[in-house]
Design a protein around this ligand. Structure first.
Ligand SMILES: [Ca+2]
Ligand SMILES: [Ca+2]
Ligand SMILES: [Ca+2]
Length: 508
């Protein structure tokens, strides 16, 4: 046990967990949803934590790690938080938690113990607490006085030996995070704001924190349809149009790997939340996609979120004897591969021999494993290693990797002779990724339709009534517009929440 982190508590993994949790139990009920609520095993009762406003700020949604396509002597790690950010969800937009440690862990010698931790800690500042507005005018730069709510962060590098801290170095201090993209009226040049949030670290690295389009793409109804036994409705990206909060870190390969001759690194992310006593408890953990969703059953999901890789033997049976292929066999009559599934142990727990094992006898532990010596390909294939492209998943994970299809195909025995083409018919993200760091696509803006005529004229002012009279200057129009947008945002949140409830309470 490292003294850095006290590990207890629980967490969740977003909608995929919920849907796949349903796979495990055969039904999604209000009770099963409540059991997954992050507050369930912490101090407060889950009944005090409404579903969508629980603790999404601490929720790791996806982790990516790839050799940087434009800078192959570096590795880029992208870690996402806060599932299903509705872009117009103001006036309280999306922030990292001030009482959290967002950690990215590196194991570079295969013993399942951390050798490096990159730790992000945030702090929020509000310039004017007398307004409800996120921004009080047009925001032209990150230090614009009109950006009322700002976040900055520190980045520390912790070096460990045998799991114990040796020293800690601050590698970035008080760096501004990119804000939520409120909309065209408030942030006409969001790309500029993002570029100002990219910070170059000493030694050729870079760091970024802020809002982005959710790079995960999937038709989550593929799980729904398993029940109906009818795959005719696949092909809609359920995450299209939603944002996440992203941390992106670019580091020299030489910093994270053991040596040039031992180039594979294990990577995972955790979030620790400060408890009432002032100690940090791990509430979320994420390495490979879909492990806590479709590999771990209900009884282990919270335990996994609070666990360390060195103890992953406790979850081994979930991998060697997985439930998903049996469900698929029962519903679609596709024969489940025979057990134990040592092919899945390679993919999820040790790395694939000759591709991305840290050493011949790596201790089985759940992490993304990236061989940093494999150069990026100019034409990445969405199915990665399954399609002969060794730069992609399960050798690390690129933004373009279609992990739903890959995971389904591997689960159904692609690596052990049962070739198949299973998939959800969503082959790529709804937005193109960028060519340069931080690579993720810009967030969908809060106001993404045409600006209503009324918002720019006096009719809105009169429609909003006396509350807005009195200032009469040019800012008036903007404030009126923002107020209208805020109301629309509340409406949208309400609609989204109703939609969420409908989804999760569907009696399958
Ligand atoms: Ca280690
Ligand atoms: Ca997306
Ligand atoms: Ca897909």
């Amino acid at each position: 046990m490292t003294p850095l982190i006290s590990r207890s508590g629980t967490g969740r993994k977003g909608l995929v967990t919920l849907i796949c949790g349903a796979l495990a139990t055969g039904a999604i009920t209000a009770a099963s949803v409540a059991a997954l609520e992050p507050g369930a095993a912490s101090a407060s009762s889950h009944r005090e934590a409404p579903l969508i406003s629980g603790t999404p700020q601490y929720d790791n949604t996806d982790l990516y790690a790839f050799v940087s396509p434009d800078k192959s002597d570096t590795t880029t790690i992208v870690s996402d938080y806060i599932p299903f950010e509705e872009p117009a969800g103001g006036p309280n937009f999306y922030q990292f938690a001030d009482d959290a440690q967002y950690d990215i862990h590196i194991d570079n010698n295969g013993d399942a113990l951390d050798d490096l931790i990159f730790r992000y800690t945030f702090s929020t500042k509000i310039k004017n607490k007398k307004t409800f507005l996120y921004n009080t005018g047009v925001v032209d730069s990150l230090n614009d006085p009109d950006l009322n709510v700002t976040q900055s962060y520190d980045l520390d590098l912790i070096k460990l030996k045998n799991g114990r801290q040796q020293y800690k170095t601050r590698i970035a201090d008080n760096i501004p995070a990119a804000p939520s993209d409120v909309g065209k009226a408030s942030m006409p040049d969001y790309a500029k704001l993002r570029s100002q949030a990219i910070y170059k670290t000493a030694g050729g690295g870079a760091t970024f924190a802020g809002q982005a389009d959710d790079p995960f793409f999937a038709d989550l109804r593929v799980f729904d349809l398993l029940y109906g036994g009818n795959l005719s409705e696949v092909g809609n990206d359920t995450l299209k149009g939603y944002n996440v909060n992203t941390i992106a870190l670019q580091v020299p390969n030489s910093l994270i790997r053991q040596s040039a001759s031992r180039p594979t690194v294990g990577i995972y992310a955790t979030t620790q939340r400060k408890n009432a006593q002032g100690y940090y408890s791990q509430v979320s953990r994420l390495g490979n996609p879909l492990v806590n969703e479709v590999v771990n059953p209900q009884k282990d999901k919270d335990k996994f979120n609070a666990s360390e890789p060195k103890d992953d033997a406790q979850f081994l049976k979930n991998v060697t004897n997985p439930e998903l292929p049996k469900l698929i066999q029962a519903i679609y009559n596709i024969k489940a591969p025979s057990e134990p599934r040592n092919d899945l142990v390679s993919v999820f727990l040790t790395g694939v021999k000759g591709l991305n094992t840290e050493q011949p006898q790596a201790k089985p532990s759940e992490m993304l494993r990236l061989n940093t010596s494999i150069k990026p390909t100019a034409k990445p294939k969405r199915l990665g290693v399954l399609d002969g492209d060794n730069q992609g998943f399960p050798n690390g994970r690129r933004l373009t990797d279609d992990v739903i299809d890959e995971a389904l195909q591997v689960m159904e025995g692609e690596l052990v002779g049962s070739k198949n083409d299973l998939g959800d018919a969503v082959d790529k993200n709804d937005k193109s990724f960028e060519k340069y760091f931080p690579y993720v696509a810009e967030p969908t803006a809060g106001s993404r339709g045409k600006i209503a005529k009324a918002a720019a004229g006096s009719s809105t002012k009169s429609a909003l009534g006396d509350a807005l009279t009195g200032s009469g200057d040019t800012n008036m129009t903007l404030i009126a517009g923002s107020a209208a947008a805020g109301a629309a945002g509340v409406l949208l949140i309400g609609t989204a929440f109703a939609w969420w409830r409908r989804r999760v309470q569907r009696p399958y």
